[in-house]
Design a binder for this molecule. Sequence first.
Ligand SMILES: *Cc1c(COP(=O)(O)O)cnc(C)c1O
Length: 422
Amino acid sequence: MTARDASALVAALRRGETAVWLRPEGRPRADAEPLREGELDGARDRFARFAPVLAALFPGEGWDGRIRSGLQPFPPAAGEPPLWVKADHALPMTGSVKARGGVYELLRRIEAWAASDGLVTAGGDLAPLTDAARRAPLARRRVVTASTGNLGFSIGLVARAFGVGAEVHMSHDAKRWKKDRLRALGATVVEHAADYTEAVARARRAAASTGAAFIDDEDSRDLFVGYACAGEEAAAQLAAAGVAPTPERPLVVYLPCGVGGAPGGVTAGLKRIYGEALTAVWVEPVASPCMLAALAAGGGAPVSIYDLGLDNRTVADGLAVAAASPLVLRAAAGLVDAVAAVRDADMLDWTREAWRRGGLRLEPSAASGFAAVDAFRAARADAGRPVPQDATHLVWTTGGALLPDAEFKALLRLRGGERGAA
Ligand SMILES: *Cc1c(COP(=O)(O)O)cnc(C)c1O
């Protein structure tokens, strides 16, 4: 990408238009910290050992305690390629992709605490944690985290289920119902009239001053590895559905991107399996394109979108992040093929469309992947590298199943140009 291309992208974003960054051909970048096999083995094993505990703490119809989502076809309209949906919006416990990453790091910490309290042996059976009396010592422990809503909500929810104290710092984007729900569960919610990056900085300081465990969405390897486990899950489902991607008939995956942990981890997990047969497209709002900005500038370091004249105000609260995770830039930025920045109006249209056509209850962040399909195909065609007709397109829907009815109905009525309700 030349400096002129990068400034043309920024100019389009400032006008509020959809923009797509494509990785320049022949310029793959090695990742400084690629996934290691042992990391995935460890995470897979921990998830499996926690399954009976989670099933007991979050009893759901027939749920076996495994954090998995469905793969389903999405009914195409005329002119659209066939689409698959990876339904993380309906993940157990949290109704968002955060059940894979942030929650994984929390589980690792809970296991370590339980082992140091002598409740379990590290790496062993976790059944004692299903018993409220036996896990009572965990009440002395405390986690702190910060988010635009879903990460804090997810970590607070799961921490409280174990009786662990939770202090959740929320940026101004966070929705009222998530804060109310957390408070009702006994979590401490600290509201900031500040954006995500600032809320994380304040939460990090608060944790350091009290010695609480800080779950760092911007800089956590555990969180990244938890997300990466989704790769083999999706690949097994695709194989069962008869999808066998090749470099000539690639799998194109559309992943909503906030600070980058979720799309980074999932992409790293998928890339290990598919290699060149995977095309990873990350999706951001036009007002919060922090990953696009960093990659267009060379990918070495975060770039603040405020410095580009953008305001980080978007209906996609889950993606309202002004600066990308340095850890993700080191560990996965070399794997991304494209970043699409899409408009609020299009995310809202797709929130309605996903509900009408597929019965999917999505928040706008989670509908962003649908909005990116056409934009990405058009950008590749313009660049003289059209996406093969028989490519498989997979939209990763990342959150929304727990949206209260009134919230969801209000979203379905929102049009572009309007802001989301608080
Ligand atoms: C958190 C979140 C994302 C993106 O995850 P990051 O790790 O912040 O990039 C996408 N969609 C939804 C609904 C989310 O809550």
